[in-house]
Design a protein. Structure first.
Length: 323
């Protein structure tokens, strides 16, 4: 939970916006009483707003299979959601018709989003369609503060939806929108010439290992956006079964890492709970390092991939603690 007063995030850090803090604390109140807000996604039945000359006229059509899309908001506001205070911010609209029914995930989380976003979804019509879900602050953006957005609506195959990436209180900037449809494959990606061919073998007892990522990307995990970043691979065969801890946390990691685990080969799918983007601070003090806590089996070989978010690379410290 995040307290709005003072713009303090979930980890007790303030972004220093003392002047705007009070306004945000009471933005939905009609009296002088300070209110406390949460970062949970809400389904709203309130009426959203469409202004003539709307961004709806320039909606970008995205594939049924979703994906990651980058853009920048600028200009004047023509839409507003029912959460946050998005009536004074410019927005971008995406048109999406999923081919499968079920829960979807739509988010602006991560370092690709540089401002305080608001995200909402309308069904059937961009201008007059009912709002399905709306969220202001659910996850960290590039600043490390919880200023990015995530919604998890249940969608229907064949229905057209309009995803609106908006901003809080006049905010605008660059964003990375990720749309994951229902039943999306969790198969990770391996490209020709993969780093798998140069895996570093580490002892069964684990330890701490340093390295640097550089070059081109040849692997990608199922979390974060790691298909643009170079990676390093470590091969590990534990001698005990149970829950292991694998992490890049701490001052030894200088960039925004993504960490994932595959077994029994480097090109196999990820193991359960085997991919993480932001779990702990790196050298910057922001939550840009990674940690996974998979259940491993004695005698089985695992491949630990230290990757980066959206092209990020640099030095890292990998700590592997066996069961």
């Amino acid at each position: 939970m995040r307290f709005s007063y003072g713009r303090v995030d979930a980890f007790g850090r303030s972004d220093g916006k003392s002047g705007a803090a009070y306004v945000r604390a009471v933005r939905d109140a009609t009296a002088s009483t300070t209110t406390t807000s949460t970062t949970s996604t809400t389904t709203s039945t309130a009426t959203s707003t469409t202004v003539p000359g709307s961004a709806c006229n320039n909606a970008t059509v995205i594939p049924a299979g979703g994906g990651t899309f980058t853009a920048t908001t600028s200009g004047t506001s023509t839409l507003a959601g029912t959460c946050g205070s998005s009536g004074s911010s410019p927005e971008k609209v995406f048109q999406w018709t999923p081919s499968l029914s079920g829960p979807a995930t739509i988010e602006t989380c991560g370092s690709g989003t540089t401002y305080d976003s608001v995200l909402y979804l309308r069904a059937a019509s961009c201008a007059t369609g009912a709002e399905v879900q709306c969220n202001d602050d659910a996850c960290a953006n590039a600043s490390g503060l919880f200023r990015a957005s995530r919604i998890t609506p249940t969608v229907t195959a064949g229905t057209t939806y309009y995803i609106v990436v908006d901003g809080f209180g006049g905010s605008s900037g660059s964003f990375a929108l990720r749309v994951t449809p229902p039943g999306a494959s969790t198969t990770s990606t391996t490209l020709a010439g993969a780093a798998c061919g140069s895996a570093t073998v580490i002892p069964a007892g684990g330890g701490t290992f340093t390295g640097t990522t550089s070059g081109t990307s040849t692997l990608a995990g199922t979390c974060g956006i790691s298909g643009l970043a170079p990676e390093r691979v470590f091969q590990w065969t534990p001698t005990t079964s149970g829950t292991a801890t694998i992490q890049t946390c701490g001052a030894g990691t200088t960039y925004d890492s993504v960490l994932y685990l595959r077994s029994p080969t480097c090109t196999s799918p990820e193991v359960t709970n085997g991919c993480n983007d932001d779990a702990c601070p790196n050298a910057s003090g922001l939550f840009r390092a990674s940690k996974v806590t998979p259940v491993v089996a004695a005698g089985q070989t695992y491949f630990i991939v230290v990757d980066g978010y959206s092209g990020s690379s640099g030095s890292f410290t990998l700590s592997v603690t066996p069961p």
